[in-house]
Ligand binder design. Structure first.
Ligand code: UD1
Length: 420
């Protein structure tokens, strides 16, 4: 069955939107829940397909998972009896790599194929492995299956060669129940890392320094039950902020932690968009005309790579030249070719997109190729003349909860069409 979005152009996002829980935090909290035999309740979980897939993997490992209520569910990992997650499912999402840290932490053993996920260029996991090895684990590759095992995981001093969200969290998961102290230097500082550390600490772990580039973890014998609420999704929030800026709308993005969105707020102000910051909301008032600007993606607190495609779309509206440089992923520019179909004047030089903005986008038939790029196409379609079709919405559904309904809430027409 073909499923696509049909988006009416020349529409403004207006009103108010309440932001869901953070995907990139939630996908780490579920595997982390397996570190205890007691029941863990997680609230404010986004209802996205990456979470559905992860829950299926966790169920197959033997955990019992309550049927999801309104954005909350309980997991009990007492009966987890396998350290070998289903290869077929693991291949479908990147975040399945967190099962390495959690199963290694729980059983001292995990067998798992390389994780899947969006194609953003090479996505090695050497830093995860470096961390596990430093803690005394042996790592072997056997016909595409990675086998990691340790008689006893011991705390270690680990210096990451590069800043990696996944490696930082994975090492934390392996270390919370290891013998002795682990220090992660050059750790990533993303808010989702702080959220995972808070979750683990609420279960009785001793993690200090999350949110800085040195994280210290003192291993404990046992973790216990917890009820925990996921932080708001700064990328979903940023998506709607940029949509308001791009469509000249007036939108209140509510239920956010404004500090997490400072890099986005700063760029929107730089191009001339008005952003009002409240205690838990951001109001974005777009303008007909905006100025060009340069954007460079970096690990937090730099401008997030996950909002790079959206920013490229916004800057097609700014008369003049804007440069967008992607420093985090090597090949995160597959949205550019599709945007060219809409008449966007963009050339690529290495890791930099050169955008000659100012001319109107026209409708086209597009194909989503990754999660964030796909969402950015919705913004482009709202700016364009005419009706745009976005195919392969399965990529968008991985990380945005019913995005078409969310856009409808803010007054624009994005329809999901299911063709038999
Ligand atoms: C996570 C996020 C993703 C976000 C990215 C950067 C999740 C599930 N995904 O992905 O949405 O875009 O952070 O903010 O949270 N690298 C290595 N070796 C490693 C690990 C990473 O070379 O062992 C490289 C990667 O290829 C990439 C860079 O380091 O170029 C950053 O990757 P990393 O922060 O690990 O991203 P992910 O955890 O995959």
């Amino acid at each position: 069955m073909a499923v696509y979005f049909l988006v009416k152009g020349k529409q403004k996002t207006e009103g108010k939107i309440i932001i869901n829980g953070a995907k990139n935090s939630a996908v780490a909290l579920l595997p982390a829940a397996l570190l205890t035999e007691e029941t863990v309740k997680i609230d404010n979980l986004p209802q996205i397909t990456d979470i559905d897939k992860l829950l299926n993997i966790i169920r197959l490992l033997g955990a019992s998972v309550s049927s999801p209520g309104d954005h909350s569910l309980s997991i009990n990992g007492a009966n987890v009896n396998s350290f070998s997650p289903s290869g077929l499912l693991v291949n479908q999402l990147r975040a399945s790599y967190y099962l390495m840290g959690s199963l290694l932490g729980r059983f001292g053993r995990v067998e798992i194929p390389m994780p899947g996920g969006c194609d953003l260029g090479p996505r090695p996991i050497d830093q995860h492995i470096k961390g596990f090895s430093a803690m005394g684990a042996k790592v072997e590759m056997d016909h595409g299956l990675m086998k990691v095992f340790a008689k006893e995981l011991r705390g270690a001093h680990i210096y990451l060669d590069l800043v990696s969200v996944g490696a930082t969290i994975n090492i934390m998961l392996a270390a919370v129940k290891a013998e002795g102290k682990t220090i992660i230097e050059n750790a990533a500082r993303e808010p989702e890392i702080v959220d995972v550390a808070n979750f683990l600490n609420a279960m009785g772990a001793q993690v200090r320094g999350a949110g800085t580039d040195v994280i210290k973890i003192k291993g404990v014998k046992k973790l216990h039950a917890v009820e925990y609420s996921v932080i708001p999704d700064r990328i979903e929030a940023g998506t709607f902020m940029i949509a308001a800026a791009a469509t000249g709308g007036d939108l209140v993005v509510e239920g956010v932690i404004p500090k997490h969105l400072e890099p986005v707020t700063a760029k929107l102000k730089e191009v001339g968009v008005e952003v009002e910051t409240g205690p838990d909301y951001l109001r974005v008032v777009g303008r007909e005309k905006i100025s060009p600007c340069d954007v460079k993606t970096f690990p937090y607190p730099g401008f997030p790579t996950d909002l790079q495609p959206h920013m490229v779309v916004l800057l097609t509206k700014a008369p003049g030249i804007s440069l967008v440089t992607e420093n985090v992923f090597e090949r995160r520019f597959c949205h550019i070719d599709e945007l060219r179909k809409m008449g966007a004047q963009i050339t690529l030089e290495g890791r930099t997109a050169i955008i000659e903005g100012g001319s109107e986008l026209s409708s086209a038939s597009l194909k989503a190729m990754d999660l964030r790029g796909g969402a950015a196409f919705i913004i482009a379609a709202l700016m364009a003349n005419g009706e745009t079709v976005i195919n392969d919405v399965k990529y968008i559904d991985r990380g945005y909860e019913r995005i078409e309904e969310r856009f409808q809430e803010v007054g624009v027409s994005v329809q999901r069409i299911e063709e038999k």
